[in-house]
Design a protein around this ligand. Sequence first.
Ligand code: HEM
Length: 505
Amino acid sequence: MAQAALKAWPTGVKGKKNLPPLTGDKLVRECGLPIAELAVDAADVQGLVFRGYGALPECCYPLLRIEEPERGRAFVRAIVDRVSRGVPAARTVAVQIAFTSLGLSALGLPQSILQQFSRPFLEGMVGAHRSRFLGDTGESSPKRWEWGGPSTPPVHVLLMLFAESAPRLEELLAEMRRTWEAHGLSEIRILRTNPALLGKEHFGFADGISQPAIEGYHPVSSRLHLVKPGEFLLGYVNEYGLYTERPLVEAALDPFGSLPLDVEGSPRRDLGRNGTYLVFRQLRQNVVAFRETLDALTRNPDGSPNRQAREYLAARMVGRWPSGASLVEAPHGDDPTKARNNLFRYHHEDRDGLKCPIGAHVRRANPRDALAPHPGSERSLEVNRRHRLLRRGRTYGPELAPDAVDGEDRGLMFIALNANIVRQFEFVQHSWLVDPRFNGLYGEADPIVGMDEQNAFTATIDPVPVRCTGLPRFVTVVGGAYFFMPGIRALRFLGRLPTDTKASS
Ligand code: HEM
């Protein structure tokens, strides 16, 4: 049973309103740069790297299996011109594609090339060590996953389909299905999303607000979120000042000259350039448990519910109010006028977590300037920039009405893009979100993403620190995989792999 040493709750929660997300398109329009002057080769990058397609609210994710290499390659050739690129355009639909390492192998990519991809991508998300590391244990154990687990069919291809309306999405899905069936691919499942919850997640909070900006593409006024392209795109310089690790191919293996040259000047071709790793996790949210726990923790002394206190504690757990306003900037109540503000720092403005708890989800997921050994310094921000994620997920399942209880499946199709799975996604998940000793705390993991049952959470409630204990796990993992989302030229190369290269060579 969840408990809190809570006495009184502050009041003053203002109204809530969600503002439209600022997309990459809008940022590019605002900067007014012709695309040719941008340092990133956006025309060769799949558009999801730059934008979440917020103008296309309908979305689904078909998961497919390639049955035969040549037919798989023919499928890639058939859809490559349908794949949306990073250049801004008026779109009614968008198509993106990514592959697991098994998928690249099933296309016939030689092992000598495949083995140059990163280790977690090659090993996959599932494995005893990785599951422990990521906190995928108990209810979240891959043994129980609905897809991507050891006892479910292997996933090779992830399609990401976006459309402006439901009929357009169904048309696009039907067109894609005709194409994959014509090339003998099998459908594993279609993951659906909920367009009505675009920009919002099931616990009731605005989502997708804080994103890194890519240097050379997204113009920004502040350095706080500006990150080198090599943090998100292979073949570019990263935050260490180095070109990313990436798979390079002997020129002889690229007879059509599909691939970009190696920017570092070797005679090889760059299969990684303009591609990125895509982390996909289907995260089921137990909204009933979340609400009941908050209710139990915030009841009035006479046992009646205290809705305002419930909202206050929930905001402390997330680190933002339902509108998206940060607790650092709006510590006493929601303020939708601050919903998109994202230039605050923690050490600078709230060193001891008196406004936004140290263990709040957003403060763990991106501690900004609060990192040891020199919190508040430029060095701290420099370290932080090496652990950023571009989040591109969508909500799935029906919204649960206030006070309603049902058994529906709902949650987040969590998608993160990064150039280095270990240093970015896995580090954030392991060392920040589920680390019980994060930033001087003890015995508590992220209150939203959680880890084990009986989690704890500490928040300061004007001015007394309170510790809630016995929190259940609100989020479980029900599927997932690591993918590679290639650049457009790399896609063409994959579609034209010579027939005599052996996947097992
Ligand atoms: C169902 C699970 C999750 C829910 C409900 C959730 C919810 C939220 C919300 C409401 C925000 C604040 C709005 C925003 O800035 O976009 C946020 C931010 C964020 N979340 Fe999550 N999240 C979940 C899982 C995760 C996971 C698994 C990760 C990483 C491994 C993650 C990483 C982040 C990051 C990096 C931010 C931005 C923090 C910042 O830059 O200030 N989230 N999340």
